[in-house]
Design a protein around this ligand. Structure first.
Ligand code: COA
Length: 251
């Protein structure tokens, strides 16, 4: 349990709201565990027909908490991150994401596993894995080159360049870019609610048919990326890059 993830189950919609605004919704172990628990329970709950993942109107998430990453260099990662990734990846119900403001690291890569994605035009998406001495995760090394082509994917994954919500929509990472954060949250919720009145079995089957052809390959890629990522977390390169970022914040 953590107050940093607000879980709401109402009228068939599971809403997972990231709620750590003072740290730009950076994800701690406890937050991953809360998200994983809610998604795992949703799988078994026939009353729940759709999932909405959101932050607030200013921020989606700054990605993994960098202090947790620094600690993981010595103590290792617990399984909460992987449990969350797996729960979202295996989710049979439709998942909608609402993204305003920063969406960093897993804040961007998790979108590749959602069914519908709404962004604010000025959202700031970024995957600075290399910049932090790390490597791509959550299937992004496979999914992004496929979606965007290898050269644009290299721009995002190798240089770690930021891109806007508007670009995300133009490139097919998001369905639509909205004028501001509030409009984005409203559109995402309205679209999630549209799933509630559709026949759930047909919906689940359609999602499965769309995703099954790649499932085994993706599982393998996610596992390999995860192993490399943990090795990178222990590397002097990553420690130096992440410490420099956190020191810069303190300075
Ligand atoms: N982990 C831990 N703390 C984080 C964090 C993260 N990933 N991202 C932001 N924070 C903290 C900052 O240290 C700061 O804390 P403080 O007020 O105690 O100093 C607070 O959140 C606000 O962040 P700040 O950087 O001042 O906000 P901003 O609006 O200028 O920038 C971001 C927002 C998200 C662009 C910027 O914080 C950022 O780049 N964060 C790091 C993202 C990252 O590298 N994530 C890991 C990806 S693998």
């Amino acid at each position: 349990m953590t107050e940093h993830v607000l879980v709401d189950r109402a009228q068939g919609l599971l809403t997972l709201r990231l709620n750590r605004p003072e740290k730009k919704n950076a994800l701690t172990r406890a937050m991953y565990a809360a998200l994983a628990d809610a998604l795992e329970q949703a799988q078994e709950d026939a009353e729940l027909r759709a999932v909405l993942i959101r932050g607030d109107a200013q921020c989606f998430t700054a990605g993994n908490d960098l202090n947790d990453f620094l600690r993981a260099a010595s103590s290792g990662l617990d399984d909460s991150v992987m449990r969350f990734m797996q729960a979202l990846f295996e989710c049979r119900k439709p998942v909608v994401a609402a993204v305003a403001g920063p969406a960093v690291g897993i804040g961007t890569t998790l979108l590749l596993h959602c069914d519908l994605v709404y962004v604010s035009r000025d959202a700031r998406l970024r995957m600075p894995f290399v910049n932090l001495g790390l490597c791509p995760e959550y299937g992004s090394s496979l999914l992004l080159p496929r979606l965007l082509g290898p050269v644009r994917a290299a721009q995002l994954l190798m240089l770690g360049e930021e891109f806007s919500g508007e670009q995300a929509a133009a490139w097919g990472i998001a369905n639509e870019a909205l004028d501001d954060g509030e409009a984005t949250l409203a559109r995402a919720e309205a679209m999630a609610r549209r799933f509630l009145s559709l026949p759930p079995e047909a919906l689940a089957l359609t999602k499965r048919l769309m995703r099954d052809p790649d499932r085994e390959t993706l599982r393998r890629v996610i596992r390999t990326e995860g192993e490399e990522f943990v090795r990178r977390l222990r590397s002097p390169e990553a420690f130096a890059a992440m410490s420099a970022f956190m020191q810069g914040k303190k300075a």
